[in-house]
Design a protein around this ligand. Sequence first.
Ligand code: FES
Ligand code: MG
Length: 612
Amino acid sequence: MSDSTKKSVRPFRSARWFDDKAHADHTALYLERYFNFGLTREELQSGKPIIGIAQTGSDLTPCNRHHKDLAQRVKDGIRDAGGIPMEFPVHPIFEQGRRPTAALDRNLATLGLIETLHGYPIDAVVLTTGCDKTTPATLMAALQLDLPAIVYSGGPMLNGWKPVSCEGDADSKKQEHEERVGSGTAIWQNRERLAKGELDYAGFMDASAESVPSVGHCNTMGTALSMNSLAEVLGMSLPGCAAIPAPYKERSQMGYHTGRRIVEMAFEDLKPSDILTRQSFINAVVACSALGGSTNALVHLLALARTLKGVELSMDDWQQYGEDIPLLVNCMPAGKYLGEEFYRAGGVPALLQQLIADDLIDGSQNTVTGQSIAHNCEGFQVRNRDVIFPTEKPLMEKAGFAIMRGNFFDSGLMKKSVITDAFREKYLSHPDHPQCFTARAIVFDGPEDYRARIDDPTLDIDEQCILAIRNVGPIGYPGSAEVVNMLPPKRLVKQGITCLPTLGDGRQSGTSGSPSILHIAPEAAAGGGIALLKTGDRIRVDIANHRVDVLVSDAELAERRNALQVQPLVNQTPWQEIYRNSVSQLDTGAVLETEEEYVRILDEHPVGRHSH
Ligand code: FES
Ligand code: MG
């Protein structure tokens, strides 16, 4: 169909700005300034949809920076399909660079994008995603408005490599080999070497740089690759998009196809609410376990479901649908490969094809193509069984998140796919109670306190201890910090004890392989019982029964609560105050709780009022 004969399902909202004959004075004001960079009245009054490109790339967000170049191919696709592209910036969110934490900015970027999309003449939007929270932040805005939207991720970096020397051939000459270095994961490993004294400051910096060989987001199955894979599982990106490495030609080709498709979606008026159902989210929960996905994905999926009103998703769903799913994808931190191998093995469509065939997910769910997931995945298959394992012979059985409850909190989680054999052997193999251990708590009030005291010999930390950290949740930190994966004291690390049990009301990086008990809610700053813990308390962790209890009487806990001194919260910026006053806990997605329910905003408020 030629562009001029294409008809949209309903009138484009951009016409209310650019072609409103009843309000010529307003229309002239809206139109004229767009001419100054060369757009014409013919274009803007042609009836073509205006397609926003929500640009998350910037010098401050290096994981997404190449989107500034990729956007050109998206624009080419939009033009070829009969749309008019308009690119605009999104509030930067860089996971590793934002202090105090990028988590503070997910909701801020969402609010900013909602205002941009609602306030300007945009008919549909391409969400450029990548670094951890850019995916949920932009998706939440599109869901809240219910505007046709498509996810276009920037893709993972190429593999990092480091030389490894080993005694090799028959001549006993040294052979140089290489080992994969995964982003994020390498830093957690290198900090152990720093603590042991195997690396000095400069060596630590150099070793960390080995994991960054090209443009792109983290190449491990951290939060970025998890969230972009799950956006694809949800049906919000074109099939195959998530895993294409950032520098591959297929990445920019995908940009072109995405640009073309969003124009068709604008004409079809194919909205997030036409795609996403409760079942799509259950599919994503299942896929997250099979991927060995990030613990942060749980928070973001809860937030997305809450934003899309009418779809219920809870911690219980993660327990019911996620925990018993096997680990199939062999990527760091749970496995050994990186984004490149995942892509070459078939990526998300190959995994989905398998999960559908094994009846683990429902392939009938709709997607941005207007077709079902099952239809989209036809023709894809697993090309490397060392990267994507068969369901009947997985990398690990029952490898999802265990949702934990206890006598001092309502909910938390433990990522079972990263429990190592050594950890299992030491803590989870008692013949009488194999999935249960009791440990002495060492309690820290935030990461500064942890750093100041972890090597204090009077704490007498040994392998019978559990490290606990609090006041690092959404309200306490603010934003919830990725600090629960605490390293043991240097003294123990030097003896080879690199992992102790940990728990906390914050998060940990998706690239970390620590089997911590995370996301404890309610957090200390919201009056949670974790505020009552004391160093020396005995804590019993019972994974089989999903319990974490402090072995202290109720009467003693009540006494401690009466004596509790509430820590004053110091806000450094106005946004920190606004955020703290309205954020929910991690078990409900850490979303902003507004007094009014803003349900699918464009349904009731397609445009704002004129202002001139
Ligand atoms: Fe940006 Fe990992 S820090 S993707
Ligand atoms: Mg991260």
